[in-house]
Design a protein around this ligand. Sequence first.
Ligand code: HSE
Length: 327
Amino acid sequence: MYPMPDSASAKHMSAVTVAVPATTANLGSGFDAVGMALELENCFTVDLSASDFSVEVAGEGAESISRGRDNLFFTAMEQVYRVKGMALPPCSLSIKNCVPTGRGLGSSATAIVGGLTAANHLLGDFLEPSALIDLAAGMEGHPDNVAPAVLGGVVIATGGSQGHFHVLQLPHPAELEAIVAVPDFELPTSRARSVLPHSVPFSDAVFNGSRAALLGAVLATRQWELLHAAMEDRLHQNYRQKLVPGLSEVFAAARAAGALGVAISGAGPAIVALATGGSARIGEAMKAAFASAGVDSRILLTLPATAGAHIIGEGVFHEDHRSEVWR
Ligand code: HSE
């Protein structure tokens, strides 16, 4: 058993609100390694003054999010408390969910990164962002959503040794716009990964290795005219195509409308196009292409987010006058 937090300390924080961005992972060739934070956030308020675990959810996918102690946010908080050698005390969680769930926009990564960030803040920010990424990637199984969710911007992250990930944040691609077509159905990541092969032809591995190298260089040097070639992929999207009706039509429509590059967002089924202008036109073209395949979709016109997970409010409990102070 871990000890409970020291309630006798003169002053400790009892509540905190954290905002965590949506993310689009892979960007085509950068499978399980490259991700971009988007300007769309989930907000989580956790309050340690509660006597039992509880969860309230408003917004996107509210009905599908666990109200119990098994909510990913609590599991993530527990990891940080465990590193500190403490047990997670009962807490109430209130979620304002803006990131569509089950669409490939890093919704579960927001809960994981939110829980880690909130717990770390409540315990004095003793863990560095790199340690939060290691914990988050360990929970998620791959680092490409959680790393940009922690740091913001565009991040390349790959598995290292002993649970430590190699993480590199690239210069912020301020001129890029992200257009996301979000179909009206969910696709569990487990299902999208179940259709991937155990091995691929050597030529496909070479194809992706070279494109992923190019993707890193294009993102670092902003030579956007090479973005389409850099995002080409033969490792996952062709296998996932059967799970996303209209996929090739949406890709073609986005390109024809002026997108610089287009890919399945994360494990899908959302599709992300990147451009340096003409977002509305590209979005309309993607929506029409989905519709022609019988799929209803919403279009999200957004930007790469500079901010990763960040604290937007603190409740500080002062033992001496027992009041909550929010700022
Ligand atoms: N890289 C992962 C995949 C992202 O494509 O399966 C899942 O969120």
